[in-house]
Design a protein around this ligand. Structure first.
Ligand SMILES: Cc1cc2nc3c(=O)[nH]c(=O)nc-3n(C[C@H](O)[C@H](O)[C@H](O)COP(=O)(O)OP(=O)(O)OC[C@H]3O[C@@H](n4cnc5c(N)ncnc54)[C@H](O)[C@@H]3O)c2cc1C
Length: 376
């Protein structure tokens, strides 16, 4: 077992840390308060090559791999979960084209995404279902040389910015279909924004699809293969959320270490109190465990292994760790932690999001248990 990062990975990690410190951290509070999507940072990440990290150069990627993606997400997320989420949601659409697209689709759809020229999103959640994609009601019907899509999607992240949307529909009653739909097509309408407590500024919104035409060349995989595609790409989505949870917890620990040394109680720094030290030690232990579980998941993906099971382990554990660590950070900060002027309050809200989006913890437990019990 080699737990060391190689030189290119270390260089990428350093570069992402610098980008996060210079360009993302100074914007984090404003993105959260204004709840406005940071178009400029999405573009900057494209220019840096971060939007195509795992994919081959012939499709516009940088061939750096999933561990590299994880390292970059971790650095950016320590500054802002919203900005990191832009990168990871885009990767989910890319992953679908890379794993299930034909050669022409990879050239036409993956390349502009990986080059950062277009932004990808995903839409499976609907008003009546998030955890049970088999209950999707948005319909795709054959029409001429393509399809017509009708329905509504709930909680579509980056709705005002996405150009190519990985869209899941029910196909004429039989199974699900997966499409890459161009959001400039007629019939696409962003309705109400979803004002969520965390991940603010991600542009999450309700999207209406009224007679949206999608050419048959934009259907991924076979007719009715959508459910399989969703299961597969969600493992990359879970990897992304797992590392976001680790990074948010790490940011909370670092703020707590600083605060505990500055703030005094009973005539000495908080850091001298055994209860504060207990909190700091608990935080660090959970973060390290979550980090290595997540890194290993990314490593397995780089080896070409399916990570459907491991990504659920990582997301479940890391999101629980993030919520607990953020709670402890708040405790270390006392009432000042609750103030909107300090970042701990944002981390506390963002940490909770990791237990919710891309599959709630109950669903992760279902996936893990069914893997354990398979064939038993
Ligand atoms: C900021 C944000 C961004 C998002 N971005 C996207 C996006 O880009 N694209 C997209 O498609 N979706 C997105 N989502 C949606 C998100 O993935 C879903 O909300 C999530 O999967 C949960 O679905 P739900 O809210 O419908 O919960 P429900 O399915 O209604 O579940 C509610 C509760 O019921 C219980 N429950 C439900 N099913 C089970 C079960 N099988 N076993 C045990 N308990 C169960 C759980 O306690 C669960 O928390 C986003 C959400 C947020 C908040």
């Amino acid at each position: 077992m080699d737990f060391n990062l190689n030189e290119p990975q270390k260089m990428l990690q350093r570069a992402a840390r610098e980008f996060a410190a210079k360009s993302v951290k100074p914007r984090a509070a404003e993105i959260d308060h204004s709840d406005r999507f940071p178009f400029d940072l999405a573009e900057a990440m494209g220019q840096l090559g971060y939007r195509g990290l795992p994919y081959p150069a012939r499709y516009g990627g940088t061939e750096a791999g999933y561990v590299a993606l994880t390292l970059v997400l971790e650095q950016i997320c320590q500054a802002s979960m919203t900005v990191a989420a832009i990168l990871h949601v885009n990767t989910v659409a890319e992953e679908a084209v890379f794993r299930f697209g034909n050669e022409e689709q990879k050239e036409k759809l993956l390349t502009p995404l990986a080059e950062g020229k277009r932004l990808g999103g995903i839409a499976f959640t609907e008003a009546e279902t998030g955890s049970d994609p088999k209950a999707i009601t948005t319909r795709s019907q054959k029409s001429g040389d393509g399809y017509i899509i009708n329905g509504q999607k709930q909680f579509v992240a980056m709705a005002p910015a996405v150009n190519l949307l990985l869209l899941f529909t029910r196909h004429e009653g039989a199974g699900l279909n997966a499409f890459i739909a161009d959001t400039a097509s007629p019939g696409f309408a962003i309705r109400e924004p979803c004002a969520t407590m965390g991940l603010r500024g991600l542009g999450t919104a309700v999207v209406y699809l009224d007679d949206v035409p999608v050419p048959k060349q934009n259907r991924l995989g076979k007719e009715g293969q959508g459910f399989d595609i969703l299961l597969e790409v969600m493992s990359i989505a879970r990897l992304g959320v797992a590392i976001e949870a680790v990074a948010t917890a790490q940011a909370a620990l670092e703020l707590s270490l600083d605060y505990a040394q500055q703030r005094r109680a009973q005539g000495k720094p908080l850091a001298k109190l055994p209860t504060t030290q207990w909190h700091l030690a608990e935080m660090a232990t959970r973060i390290e465990a979550a980090r290595w579980l997540t890194y290993r998941t990314a490593f397995l993906r780089d080896q070409g292994t399916s990570i459907r099971y491991e990504s659920s382990l990582a997301k479940l554990f890391a999101s629980q760790a993030a919520v607990e660590v953020a709670r402890m950070a708040m405790q270390v900060h006392g009432s000042y932690g609750t103030m909107k002027t300090l970042p701990v309050e944002r981390l506390y809200r963002d940490a909770k999001m990791t237990e919710m989006y891309v599959g709630i913890s109950e669903i992760q437990r279902n996936i893990i248990a069914s893997h354990l019990l398979k064939g038993k």
